[in-house]
Design a protein. Structure first.
Ligand SMILES: Cc1cc2nc3c(=O)[nH]c(=O)nc-3n(C[C@H](O)[C@H](O)[C@H](O)COP(=O)(O)O)c2cc1C
Ligand SMILES: [Fe+2]
Ligand SMILES: [Fe+2]
Length: 409
């Protein structure tokens, strides 16, 4: 029976739960070291605030820890920085045990609350600048949307300089030693978490860091993994670096990056790819590159997609579909900021030829700008058809350079 609570600062204690066995999180993340659902209690002269809860299955640990530090009647506020079930799982039960407590959620969480708790509950909303008082303690809220869901917010305990950062600065890293100076090396988990949860929202990360910079932060208390108290600035700088880094080609040459990804069994789509690249390369200011999807690993796909201003994907039609690596490539957009990139599709086919249009449609859903109709060529491309491919590449590259007006297609 766990009884461990841990002092985070003079009036803040950890009351979360440990999940050493979890190996996959939110479907998309591998968690070799398990995780924790961090929850905190803040004690003031007038009463206490509970900062987030835990995943439902871990409620018992959470309530045991909570009860070892306060009576339910003392709870003035329940603050939910983020409504994802890994943090809201014990909310309903906590509210029924402490009916007098005021629930505080972000403005953007209002519409989600009903989807999480299927009954009407009273709540107050918080936006940047709102404060609550626990008597001698003041908590100020900060709106930090999309980190990790639209509803996410953070808060700051002024008197003890503790930042409750939500999922920001989290790691899926179970270690009951809990503090960054005591636990094992969690650096990979910290970066992995950033890459999977924060990387698609880099602009929002930078906005959040800007808000945080108003405060003198001594301790970062995130919702997962180690509590960061040794040198909080180090972690802040890492997030800043990862969110603002310019990829090296863009940075070095100031050019637009156009990448042609293709796959080909009898060289037909490959021939098209080469001509498309040649066409793109003929436009000044564009760095055109070509990649065979058969040999690209996922991490490289993500980096290349991120670096590219324009992405042209080629797939033969095989059994009425584009090939799996082409879909895998597009599924990597889940890890990246969407919108604004230019896309186009092409491929050789034998009789039905659906692949290019299917890829085109998928890119549309992913908010690519699609300035050209997809091109498909029956079996072996002729010299004239290869000229079309050249023009296609040049056209997309010119759009990437902003030299041509996009036509509605
Ligand atoms: C197993 C297999 C399944 C295929 N299925 C289709 C299909 O459903 N529709 C179609 O238009 N072509 C189909 N094709 C024909 C290819 O799309 C065509 O040969 C194309 O030129 C291959 O281009 P590549 O050399 O770039 O791989 C199929 C070919 C193979 C080998
Ligand atoms: Fe989350
Ligand atoms: Fe979380």
């Amino acid at each position: 029976m766990p009884t461990l609570t841990a002092k985070v600062s003079q009036s803040v204690d950890f009351i979360g739960a440990f999940d050493p066995k979890i190996r996959t999180f939110d479907i998309i993340m591998k968690t070799a070291n398990g995780s924790s659902y961090n929850s905190y209690i803040v004690r003031g002269s007038a009463g206490v605030a509970i900062m987030d809860t835990v995943k439902k299955e871990f409620s018992e640990d959470f309530f045991l820890r909570l009860e070892s530090l306060c009576d339910y009647e003392e709870i003035l506020y329940i603050v939910l920085h983020h409504l994802e079930p890994d943090h809201s799982g014990a909310l309903e039960e906590l509210m029924s045990r402490a009916p007098q407590a005021k629930l505080i959620i972000s403005n953007r969480a209002v519409l989600m609350l009903k989807g999480i708790i299927k009954s009407d509950v009273a709540f107050e909303t918080a936006n940047t600048g709102k404060t609550i008082s626990l008597g001698d303690k003041t908590i100020e809220f900060l709106s930090t949307p999309f980190l990790h869901w639209p509803d996410t917010m953070s808060s700051y305990l002024h008197e003890e300089k503790v930042l409750f950062s939500g999922d920001v600065f989290g790691s899926h890293y179970y270690d009951e030693r809990l503090f960054d100076d005591k636990v094992g090396d969690f650096s990979y988990a910290f970066k992995y978490y950033y890459d999977h949860i924060m990387r698609p929202f880099k602009q929002y990360v930078l906005q959040a860091l800007n808000l945080y910079s108003r405060f003198d932060i001594q301790t970062i208390a995130p919702l997962h993994g180690p509590i960061l108290r040794t040198n909080p600035q180090y972690y802040i700088e890492k997030y800043e670096e990862w969110s603002s880094e310019e990829k090296f080609r863009k940075h070095t040459f100031g050019k637009k990056m156009l990448s042609v990804f293709y796959m080909s069994s009898y060289d037909n789509t490959h021939k098209m790819a080469m001509k498309i690249m040649e066409g793109a390369d003929s436009i000044e200011g564009v760095v055109a590159s070509m990649y065979d999807l058969a040999s690209l690993e996922e991490n490289n796909m993500i980096d290349l997609l991120e670096e590219s201003d324009a992405i042209i994907i080629g797939s033969p039609t095989i059994n009425g579909d584009a090939v799996k690596p082409a879909w895998d490539l597009l599924s990597c957009m889940a890890y990246l900021e969407s919108g604004g990139k230019i896309g186009a599709a092409f491929g050789s086919y034998g009789w039905t030829g659906e692949a290019p249009e299917m890829l085109h449609d998928r890119m549309q859903w992913l908010k690519f700008r699609l300035p050209a109709k997809p091109i498909k060529i029956k079996l072996i491309p002729t010299a004239e058809e290869l000229e079309e491919c050249f023009d296609f590449g040049a056209h997309v590259a010119e759009i990437a350079m902003g030299k041509m007006v996009e036509m509605e297609i």
